[in-house]
Ligand binder design. Structure first.
Ligand code: SF4
Ligand code: SF4
Length: 153
């Protein structure tokens, strides 16, 4: 479910860093617009934002989710819904006229999966069958002989 990546070879890691930097720049902008305050306080907030970015930039490896959306081109009608709903701009219509989602750009949020009217998108490692299997497992009666305090007596 999880995979190690080398930072310098993984586009997604770079996109995460970029997103974090953008977030921190926004934080700096927000700290300036937060309220009237002394410049020292604003600079302290900006330094804090920079340190947050450095925490990611200094990592040699990152652990990311392997849950990535995948389009079945046989089912896709190129309705563009997934292109519109993805906050990361991952899906695009390829030269074959169907949606395509580069794994390096997908963050695995699953929104496009639920929005696709033709159920053409699946999230790897998080398919309907896998979710239903988890629900079934949770609903299975517990073994009363298991030594939890609540099972005593
Ligand atoms: S929402 Fe579904 S049918 Fe529409 S473009 Fe995306 S994958 Fe294709
Ligand atoms: S799973 Fe989320 S991040 Fe990935 S393509 Fe779909 S909407 Fe975009």
């Amino acid at each position: 479910m999880k995979q190690n990546i080398e930072l310098h070879t993984n586009i997604q890691a770079l996109s995460i860093i970029f997103a974090n930097l953008v977030e921190n720049i926004a934080l700096l902008a927000r700290s300036l617009a937060h309220s009237p305050k002394f410049i020292e306080e604003t600079v302290t907030m900006a330094k804090s934002a920079g340190q947050q970015a450095m925490k990611i930039l200094c990592k040699k490896e990152m652990i990311i989710s392997a849950a990535k959306a995948k389009v079945d081109p046989e089912k896709c009608s190129a309705c563009l819904l997934c292109v519109c709903v993805c906050s990361y701009g991952a899906p695009f219509i390829n030269e074959d006229g169907v949606s395509q989602i580069p794994p390096s750009a997908c963050m695995g949020c699953g929104i496009c999966v639920s929005e696709c009217p033709l159920r053409a998108i699946t999230l790897k490692h998080c398919t309907d069958d896998q979710i239903l299997a988890k629900i079934d497992a949770m609903l299975e009666p517990t073994d009363s002989s298991f030594p939890f305090p609540g099972n005593a007596g």
